[in-house]
Design a protein around this ligand. Structure first.
Ligand SMILES: [Fe+2]
Ligand SMILES: [Fe+2]
Length: 275
């Protein structure tokens, strides 16, 4: 098809298009959303993988090819709602992120941890911290997840809750026999028996241990459930009361309240935006 023919094609028609072999071979067809009946404008939309997701992987070599793909007249980069994801309400609440964005595994892990904390009769601050402790893994980034997660929720929760979320990442690696906390078996599987946490995490854990809120964060690690049992169902409703008392939901919706962390919530609403 000549360029002039393409230019005259009706706007609602999807043009035949062959993905370059380099992108197909790299498995990058998965990053390109072909137009579907529900697509907003019936154009192909490319998702450019974020640097943090592809650095150090073969996929990082294909940024140029993806940029070239976007020059086709029937192709744009993904911006705004991705039809593959449920549409978020205009004023999203914490519940919406749990139900419409987090994977089943992540959601269940958080809800199960909170349930165990509640069954142990722990303070609501601990239950709330357990409910949120891996929220960054669930919706944003895994590396440094304690820090990302603490920042995400800091404007909306008690300072002690945010602190305990931040520190649980480091404290997870270090046993405290006085409260029966051992190095997690799951970490031996995940990282190998020879893994040693880096110095900055060791220093973080040592400082946290001397802090007045140490036990709040330690309790998060104790109630951090690593087994994923697909037969266990924990509903978000179970914690609506705890969330209502411990999470200051902004009236504009998470992502739109102008807080210093609103962009993190918007990134979870539109995770595939090119910019
Ligand atoms: Fe964690
Ligand atoms: Fe966890």
């Amino acid at each position: 098809m000549s360029e002039s023919t393409e230019a005259r094609a009706p706007a609602n028609r999807v043009l035949p298009h062959e993905l370059p072999a380099s992108l197909r071979d790299a498995g990058l067809e998965n990053w390109i959303r072909e137009p579907l009946d529900d697509a907003v404008d019936r154009r192909r939309r490319i998702i450019m993988p974020p640097a943090a997701a592809v650095m150090g992987t073969p996929a990082s070599a294909y940024q140029g090819a993806l940029l070239a793909e976007a020059r086709h007249p029937d192709t744009v980069f993904m911006m705004g709602d991705n039809p593959a994801l449920p549409t978020m309400p205009a004023r999203p609440t914490l519940r919406d992120f749990f139900q419409l964005r987090f994977s089943k595994i992540a959601r269940t892990h958080l809800l199960q941890s909170a349930r165990v904390a509640r069954e142990h009769g722990l303070d609501e601050k601990v239950i709330m911290a357990c409910l949120l402790h891996d929220i960054a893994i669930a919706g944003l980034l895994s590396a440094n997840h304690g820090y990302w997660g603490a920042q995400m929720v800091a404007p909306y929760v008690d300072e002690e809750i945010a602190w305990s979320i931040e520190k649980h990442e480091a404290l997870r690696y270090f046993p405290d026999e006085s409260v029966g906390y051992r190095y997690p078996d799951a970490y031996i599987d995940y990282f190998g028996p020879d893994y040693r946490p880096p110095g900055y995490l060791r220093r973080e854990a040592e400082a946290a241990r001397r802090h007045r809120w140490y036990m709040t964060s330690r309790l998060v690690t104790i109630n951090d459930i690593y087994s994923f049992d697909p037969n266990v169902v924990v509903g978000y409703d179970e914690f609506e009361d705890v969330v209502g008392r411990n999470f200051r939901q902004p009236s504009e919706g998470l992502g739109f309240d102008g807080s210093p962390v609103a962009h993190m919530w918007r990134t979870m609403i539109w995770p595939n935006n090119f910019l």
